[in-house]
Design a protein around this ligand. Structure first.
Ligand code: CP3
Length: 353
């Protein structure tokens, strides 16, 4: 384990740790991405996968939104499928589609093949983290990984999916195969987080973006034990850990449970649930992150300003209801058609409130 930076004044780390911060911290999921012309210029010369395996490019793309927006945290530029790729799974990230898997995982034999996979070093990622820690000054760096369920959904479907039909069918009809797959993915997720933590990231976020497709009962039976193992597997690093998903109103309590409700845990909330409601669902002592609807930014500044003020007010109510902190974010990633100038204005507004 490497020595980590000590950033006691960083508002993001303070809010995530249940301490008083000097201002409401703000960052955006997918802040490094297609909303930025400087990102599109770099991507025109490199595929997504090339960019994810090049330390200099990872570093540059991670820094772009920091320079432009003055956000309170950087998120490592990478993708949830990078550890799968590094372990040898044949996949690509196809523009405007997302991850596409050459040989989807559908049977016990397919899972057996995955079992032999091991995440070796990912030098580009660890080198990029070390470079970034040197470049970022007092801005914290968030590392991340996909949660086992969301990774499984890509592997089983073979690509993006709306209803996750094959994934849920495997889960329900072949529970032993399902749990074996989740075991493998849990190990891979822990390993990918450790690569980043050992290189010096200041916090981690686990993206279970598609868990909201499950009932609470199925989440508890088929997902929670594995996601819990992810958080337990990196808890010793003692850094803030965020658990995020979309459409998870009914799952928020279970998602908080998966973090182990250790000190410095954060649960991400989308725009469908008010932060005040989320605070009662996750239970006291956990911080919340969210939850402006990213589509609001497509409606222009007056609408964005009003909605952002409402999120900040809702965050204050959440603190009153027992949340240990509020980190302003969108309820999901920045839409590629967002005017980046509005994001900069939004950071300034939240900091002024
Ligand atoms: O700025 C950041 O948030 C950090 C970088 C980041 C990316 N992907 C870069 C990316 C992060 C944290 C992710 C996580 C990720 N990847 C998730 C979880 C978060 C979420 O949005 O729910 C998921 C589900 C994926 C899988 C994935 N990769 C999708 C759905 C897509 C988008 C497909 C599309 O083109 O609309 C990708 C590609 C991807 N990952 C892009 C970026 C910047 C776009 C790549 C491009 O074409 O330039």
């Amino acid at each position: 384990m490497s020595t980590r930076r000590d950033l006691p004044e960083a508002p993001y780390l303070a809010a995530a740790s249940g301490l008083t911060s000097s201002r409401i911290p703000v960052w955006f999921m997918r802040q490094a991405g297609r909303s930025l012309p400087e990102y599109r210029a770099l991507r025109a010369q490199n595929t997504m996968m090339e960019a994810c395996f090049d330390a200099e490019l990872i570093c540059e793309i991670t820094l772009q939104p920091i320079r432009r927006h003055g956000v309170d945290a950087a998120i490592l530029f990478s993708d949830i499928v990078v550890p799968l790729r590094a372990a040898g799974v044949d996949l690509d990230i196809v523009a405007a589609v997302g991850p596409v898997i050459a040989n989807p995982v559908r049977t016990e034999a397919d899972v057996a093949v995955l079992k032999s996979l091991e995440l070796a070093r990912i030098d580009a990622v660890s080198d990029a983290v070390r470079l970034l820690v040197g470049e970022l000054g007092d801005v914290p760096l968030i590392g991340f990984a996909g949660a086992p369920f969301t990774l499984a959904s890509y592997l089983v479907e073979g690509g993006p999916s709306k209803l996750h039909e094959r994934t849920k069918a495997m889960m329900l009809a072949q529970p032993a195969t399902w749990h074996a797959l989740m075991e493998v993915l849990t190990d891979l997720t822990i390993a990918f987080l450790k690569v980043q933590l050992d290189a010096g990231v200041d916090a981690v976020q686990v993206f279970d973006s598609w868990a909201g497709t499950l009932s609470l009962a199925d989440y508890r039976t088929f997902v929670l034990p594995h996601s819990s193992r992810v958080f337990a597997g990196v808890a010793d690093y003692g850094v803030p850990m965020t658990h995020f998903g979309v459409g998870t109103a009914e799952l928020l309590g279970a998602m908080a449970e998966a973090t182990g409700r250790r000190p410095k845990t954060v649960v991400g909330v989308d725009w469908r649930t008010s932060l005040a409601d989320a605070a009662t669902r996750v239970g006291a002592g956990t911080a919340l992150q969210g939850n402006l609807d990213p589509v609001v930014l497509l409606a222009g500044w007056p609408v964005t300003e009003k909605a952002a003020r409402a999120v900040v007010d809702d965050g204050r109510r959440a603190l009153g209801a027992g949340a240990s902190g509020h980190i302003f974010n969108l309820g999901h990633g920045v839409s590629p058609t967002t005017d980046p100038g509005l994001l900069t204005d939004l950071v300034e507004l939240v900091h002024s409130l």
